[in-house]
Design a binder for this molecule. Sequence first.
Ligand SMILES: Cc1cc2nc3c(=O)[nH]c(=O)nc-3n(C[C@H](O)[C@H](O)[C@H](O)COP(=O)(O)OP(=O)(O)OC[C@H]3O[C@@H](n4cnc5c(N)ncnc54)[C@H](O)[C@@H]3O)c2cc1C
Length: 372
Amino acid sequence: MSTKKHAEIAGAGFSGIASAIALTQRGWSVRVHEASPHLRAFGAGIFIWDNGLHVLDALGAYQDVLNGAFAAPAYETRTNGECTSYQAINSPGNLRLLTMTRQHLYQSMLSAAQRLGIEFVTSSEAVGASPEGELWLADGSRLKADLVIGADGVKSKVRDALDIPMERERYRDGLTRVLTPRLSLKGGKWDNVIDFWSIRPERTLRILYTPSGEDVLYMAMMAALDDGEASSIPVRPAVWVEAFPELRPVLEAIGDTGRYDVYEKTVLQRWSSGKVAIVGDSAHAMPPTLAQGAGCAITNALGLAVALEEAGSLEEGLQLWERRERPLTDHTQGRASALAASRDLSAGMDWDDIGLKAARHIPTGTSATFSL
Ligand SMILES: Cc1cc2nc3c(=O)[nH]c(=O)nc-3n(C[C@H](O)[C@H](O)[C@H](O)COP(=O)(O)OP(=O)(O)OC[C@H]3O[C@@H](n4cnc5c(N)ncnc54)[C@H](O)[C@@H]3O)c2cc1C
């Protein structure tokens, strides 16, 4: 009889795939349930800082991520046309920050999982779970496991079935995320990540201009939820060209793609209940002001598998996991939320900021000597 421990995982997003790989690497059998009919990423582009790159290396996905990601030479902020901060990145002695399409990151992680033979079941929606270690599916089945993982995102049904006390907050701003061709915006300053702000009495707008591949540009376009014109989909280029005339060609290339998501935060009183662990956005969604949501999600997914390997029992492992990983996640989430509420990033990114503590952290289960 097999003595392998078994995990049922709800959600094949970044945290579900990372959990599945990290557990499989430590001898578990796992099965991942994805509600959508296809395995693919949602959204446009993504930033992955040093900490996330360390985790991707430990998960066996880093080389694939590197091939096709973009390493900008600098990160600058420009507010009302003035440079308010400028920092070299991705060079010796500086922080590493890769930008890429979400689909590229997703496919790299999925390939690493598939190389390990991990089972994915699509169109398999979780509707809840019990602390006794049962995952409930929409088709009525109840799957027993040594560990159930709720990695089913910000609207997690697994989490909600457990009645863990939770705090939720929404903010005044949100982002429309789009991908366009880079067109003429290439070379020199146009290879930098540029955080453009336009602050005027009538409205504040921001475009996080992000080269994400040789010919792909990701733009995260911030507007207040109550600014109907600037938060509407499809994007109205005229509203944005008026604030950021330099970006006219790419703004006019957006077409009817894109989606607007308001900033939100979820804080759980605890990250587990009985034999169920809650991982990623389902446990700690945060505003994207520090671009650390997925970084923290995959860090904590790996940290969970490591803690379970170290501890003598599941209960001890879950406690060790939360004790070890949670302080940095809480800290990062708190700082990301403060920046979302204050819009202080318009004054420039502070590269000594406490908010970059996560980016500088060497995650549990990764190699401090891993050379990026
Ligand atoms: C505007 C914006 C920009 C961001 N930018 C960055 C960034 O640059 N860098 C960064 O690190 N983070 C960023 N984030 C955060 C990042 O997107 C999330 O932290 C990350 O996607 C969380 O991954 P996850 O796997 O926990 O959840 P998700 O990505 O939401 O994945 C959940 C998965 O579960 C599936 N699912 C949902 N419900 C069920 C169910 N009931 N049963 C089965 N499957 C289900 C979904 O289809 C999905 O595949 C950003 C977020 C936003 C909103």
